[in-house]
Design a protein around this ligand. Structure first.
Ligand code: IPE
Ligand code: IPE
Ligand code: MG
Length: 227
């Protein structure tokens, strides 16, 4: 099967339930989730995937307890510290999709540094959806166009003013943990995406689970409204 998507997007869900099942704090699930991120990036690169968008923190996730939010931000900084060197060696490029508002300055510094360091890399593009909401992204696009003085907006205009306009729409969207919803993820870009839902919790996701999703994708017939 050589029908490999160019862009996959993943809603990495189930960290809390993974921890709960082990009588561990939720943050232990997030920590193991960070390891799954590294594994999955490696596996995606091996498969020849060109773009991977990872939903790491939604605009709605600010409603979580403050200590969980702090733990997640801290983990993000540590993961960027420990992984950017390796990503650089492997020629991965980091992009970030989302709003900078509300993100702590330490997080902004780390992501800016990682994005700058990897900007010229030509391998897999890792697009981190961080403080991301799809409705907010669309409002941001429209407001940018209004500020340019546009009075009529085309579909191409909107596509060109999303957070990362150079990233193509994902052919495949994966969600782990058995939940089957978008949770404010890529509403515009998902218009013709294929969906793959798995009960596997994100900390248990690995190359084999990615292969299952890719195998399922390869059997799909994408009609785009045709026959
Ligand atoms: C996904 O895991 C990680 C984030 C949303 C940051 P959850 O933390 O949502 O895990 P569950 O859904 O509670 O199991
Ligand atoms: C979606 O997961 C957001 C991320 C994976 C970052 P949530 O766990 O926040 O979604 P809901 O609340 O179950 O819809
Ligand atoms: Mg969840």
């Amino acid at each position: 099967m050589n029908n490999v998507p160019q862009h996959i997007a993943i809603i990495m869900d189930g960290n809390g339930r993974w921890a709960k099942a082990r009588h561990l704090p939720r943050l232990a699930g997030h920590r193991e989730g960070a390891n799954a991120v590294k594994r999955t990036i490696e596996a995606a690169a091996q498969q020849g995937i060109r773009f991977i968008t990872l939903y790491a923190f939604s605009t709605e996730n600010w409603s979580r307890p403050q200590d969980e939010i702090n733990g997640l931000m801290d983990l993000l900084c540590k993961t960027l510290d420990s992984y950017t060197g390796e990503a650089q060696q492997k020629n991965y490029r980091l992009l970030v999709s989302g709003s900078r508002a509300k993100l702590p300055p330490t997080v902004l510094e780390k992501i800016d540094k990682a994005v700058q360091t990897t900007a010229q890399n030509t391998g897999l593009t890792v697009n981190l959806a961080l403080n991301y909401g799809a409705r907010q992204e669309l409002v941001h696009a429209v407001n940018t166009l209004l500020a340019q003085g546009k009075s009529e907006i085309s579909m191409d205009d909107i596509s060109a003013h999303l957070y990362q306009p150079t990233v193509p729409d994902p052919e495949l969207i994966i969600r782990t943990s058995g939940e089957e919803r978008l949770s404010n993820f890529l509403l515009w870009q998902a218009a013709y995406s294929e969906f793959y839902f798995t009960p596997v919790l994100w900390p248990d996701f690995n190359a084999q689970e990615l292969q299952k999703a890719l195998d399922a994708y390869a059997t799909r017939t994408r009609r785009f409204g045709g026959v």
